[in-house]
Design a protein around this ligand. Structure first.
Ligand SMILES: [Zn+2]
Ligand SMILES: [Zn+2]
Length: 339
């Protein structure tokens, strides 16, 4: 079967790989759709160290074609979405049947070969039934929504509160929609590109600030009468954006950090104390119902993923898909690939 393989930095080629096997407790999934995320792109550009050669990819959906010993045969033929991290299988949490509490979970496509292929084996516990009304391409875009939900779950937004979302990549856009659904009043977003703002507005943003055109900190303070926002969510990972978070949140407000970079400024403790702030970090999708609820928001039409998908490719054109996702050319937001 065909598989996309990262063989070196910025090099992805199609190779013929052996068929996966359904080990005990595992299932083989026929991949119907996959999407590229920042992790894949950073494995490609070298910001995330990857053992090459590696089949990348972890955000995908498909249909179960086989199950191994001990797994419910009823899965065979079922359409599924797939949670992207593999539980280790032998820690305390795993042995107590709580695989999503495993502290040693490893991302598919980074620590083992991923989904950019025709068929892949995954543990049955990673499968989520995909209901009628959710298409394969939609179910291959659940990860940023699940990360967004893991964030919003912790923020407890009150109706009408002012929320700032810094960065409008896929997770920032997901958060814009989720905060709007959660009752945000004024919803201010920032990005260094105009391209995502059309989606931001469709998702409920009230003010879109292009940080290359305006002083975001000054503008946010103006828009909040100098007080700052009730909630500030940093998703961009840009040092300048992370550095202003504590300046644009109000006294007793809440801050969530999701954007990742190796050169982020240290967190200043004094303003956190002086303003009596609550500061969260969110490092993943939570794995406690976030995927299931993300899918439900898609199924019910409360979250329309269509505006986020700017490019679609076939697996045969995977090199071009990576090039577009990496350069963000043509206003790229989400790139979807079908085998
Ligand atoms: Zn991802
Ligand atoms: Zn474990």
């Amino acid at each position: 079967m065909r598989a996309a393989v990262l063989t070196a930095l910025e090099t992805v080629v199609l190779e013929d790989r052996p068929e996966p096997e359904a080990r005990p407790g595992w299932a083989v999934v026929q991949v119907e759709s996959m999407s590229l995320c920042g992790t894949d792109v950073h494995q490609y550009d070298g910001r995330i160290d990857t053992p090459f050669p590696r089949v990348p990819g972890h955000d995908f959906s498909g249909r179960v074609v086989a199950v191994g010993e001990g797994a419910d045969e009823g899965w065979v033929g079922q359409p599924v979405a797939v949670k992207p991290s593999l539980p280790c299988g032998d820690c305390l949490e795993c042995s107590q049947d709580k695989p999503f509490d495993c502290k040693k979970k490893k991302l598919i496509g980074l620590w083992s070969d991923g989904c950019m292929t025709e068929r892949i084996a995954v543990p049955v516990v990673n499968l989520i039934p995909r209901p009628e009304g959710v298409e394969a391409w939609q179910a291959s875009l659940l990860e940023p929504i699940a990360v967004g939900l893991n964030t919003v779950d912790r923020l407890r937004i009150l109706l009408g509160e002012t929320v700032v979302v810094l960065g409008q990549g896929p997770i920032g856009l997901a958060l814009t929609r989720l905060c709007a659904l959660s009752g945000a009043g004024r919803l201010i977003v920032t990005d260094a590109r105009e391209a995502p703002f059309e989606v931001s507005r469709a998702y409920g943003a009230s003010d879109c600030l292009d940080v290359t055109q305006v002083d975001a900190k000054e503008t946010i303070l103006e828009l909040t009468d100098g007080a700052g926002a009730d909630i500030v969510i940093e998703t961009s990972g840009f040092p300048a954006s992370s550095a202003m978070v504590l300046d644009v949140v109000r006294k007793e407000g809440k801050v969530a950090h999701i954007g990742w970079a190796n050169d982020l400024p240290p967190l200043p403790v004094i303003p956190i104390m002086a303003k009596t702030l609550t500061v969260f970090g969110v490092g993943g999708n939570g794995g406690r119902g976030q995927y299931e609820r993300a899918q439900e928001l898609v199924r019910t039409g409360r979250l329309d993923l269509d505006p986020m998908v700017t490019h679609r490719f076939a697996l045969d054109d995977i090199a071009e898909a990576f090039e577009v996702a990496s350069s963000k050319s043509g206003g790229a937001i989400k790139v979807v690939v079908a085998p």
